[in-house]
Design a binder for this molecule. Structure first.
Ligand code: LLP
Length: 427
């Protein structure tokens, strides 16, 4: 991130504040988020897609009231997938018409609340939900804008995508076997619904555009079918999120501009060929906006050398603040940030303090051999799916998120306290 640099003593500073000062003020572990970087990424997405498209930030990556305000100010919309995320979005003043509600099993209560609030779209995920949303909307005397989430038979992760037979999953309605066409047929008949388009999300941490292109091709194919059968041109398509980020220096993800150009080109080409007017495009990046903007700062507690194997470096957090390594075998990098060192690199594994041997933060790392208790180390690219997936395992207190801007640091999510933990215990 742009505000992070190393001073002459080898101490990392964030917005001009050195990490030791940050650790003293906010404690460790803590996430430090570069607000300017976050806003710049929002603008890069807005500018790449232009006025005839919408960018919905995927709130599941990380959401707080401050984040909602930044999104609002930067002209982004917001994708929520639970009542809790919806409540946060509304509480922070995001206009309801700029919110999309997702989920494969939205409760009647969630649907009711979303329709009542006036959300801009609900993304329908099953035949039962088509009826459920229509019924609730009608009961409220409303006509709810909806998209239908289809499974296009493409699944993408990082460098590869597979373009066959990935209908076997809980999300969406398969294009295969005419199921999506049937969903459209049913949705068009219901008074409580205004069907505005089709949605596709093919995966996460994707590095190239080919999977998105196949998805766009198939989605436009459905729009054509709908036009031919019903004489209706659905006005919108959403191609989901999933653009990858660099977790380690080896990763080389695409820029928003590349993905925007690729998607626009294919949608225009296919629509022209089919004689369709070009639908309004939307996307839902989460990780690519917030992921690179934050790092986690830890204090080293114990350094244990296992001769011939590796050195285990234990920090004051772990799987409770970053579950991704344990869950997905995710790769991260790590650096000593509180001083410089000329010591030899040692084969290290950064582990947490939880009672679990899978509690690994960085599986394979090189840290200087003179690493000692009290040193501060940082793990970059922890802005997405770390605080939002944090847990209280072993009654850990979830860390704060500290936003840094203009040389000032302030908590946007405070650290949990023991009172927070005990508040839920009854008796
Ligand atoms: N839209 C939909 C419908 C989604 O399901 C997701 C992510 C996104 C957008 C945002 O995807 P992104 O741009 O952030 O990749 N917890 C996992 C990732 C699960 C993502 C689920 N859906 C992780 O830590 O990698």
């Amino acid at each position: 991130s742009r505000t992070v640099s190393r001073n002459a003593d080898g101490v990392v500073t964030v917005g001009g504040i050195d990490v030791a000062t940050l650790a003293e003020r906010f404690g460790t572990p803590a996430y430090f988020l570069d607000e300017d970087d976050f806003r710049a990424r929002c603008r890069a997405w807005r500018e790449a897609f232009g006025e005839d498209a919408d960018v919905f930030y995927a709130g599941k990556a990380f959401l707080s009231r401050a984040v909602v305000r930044w999104l609002h100010e930067e002209g982004l919309n917001l994708d929520v997938c639970s009542e809790g995320e919806l409540a946060t979005a509304l509480a922070a003043g995001m206009p309801a018409e700029r919110i999309a509600l997702h989920g494969n099993n939205k409760t009647a209560k969630e649907i009711h609340r979303a329709v009542e609030a006036g959300v801009g779209r609900i993304v329908l995920d099953s035949f039962q939900e088509i009826v459920r949303v229509a019924h609730i909307a009608q009961g409220l005397g409303k006509r709810q804008k909806v998209q239908i989430r289809v499974t296009v038979g493409v699944e993408a992760h990082t460098h590869e995508f597979i373009a066959t037979a990935h209908e076997d999953q809980k999300f969406g309605i398969p294009l295969a076997g005419g199921q999506a066409a049937e969903a459209v047929r049913r949705a068009l008949k219901l008074d409580g619904l205004e069907l505005i388009g089709v949605h596709s999300h093919i995966g996460s941490q994707i590095f190239d555009t080919s999977g998105f292109e196949v998805a766009a091709h198939r989605v436009v194919g459905l729009l054509k079918e709908v036009r031919d059968e019903h004489g209706v041109e659905l006005p919108e398509i959403d191609l989901g999120g999933g653009l990858g980020i660099a977790y380690t220096p080896d990763d080389d993800p695409s820029e928003p501009q590349e993905i925007a150009t690729a998607l626009r080109d294919i949608v225009h080409r296919e629509c022209d060929a089919a004689g369709l007017s070009v639908p309004r495009l939307s996307v839902e990046p989460g990780r690519a906006i917030v992921g690179p903007t934050a790092f986690t700062l830890y204090e080293v507690g114990t350094v244990k050398e296992l001769p011939g194997l590796r050195t285990y470096v234990s920090v004051d957090g772990g799987m409770s603040d970053n579950i991704r390594t344990a869950l997905y075998d995710a790769e991260y990098s790590v650096a000593l940030v509180s001083r410089s060192s000329t010591a030899e690199p040692m084969v290290s594994r950064v582990v947490g303090k939880h009672c679990e041997s899978g509690d690994i933060v960085v599986r394979d790392a090189f840290l200087p051999a003179d690493l000692a208790p009290g040193d501060l180390i940082a793990v970059p690219a922890t802005g997405a799916y770390c605080r939002s997936m944090a847990s209280n395992y072993n009654h850990a207190l979830r860390p704060p998120v500290v936003a840094v801007r203009d040389g000032e640091a302030r908590e946007i999510v405070r650290r949990e306290t023991e009172e927070d933990l005990l508040r839920l215990d009854v008796g």
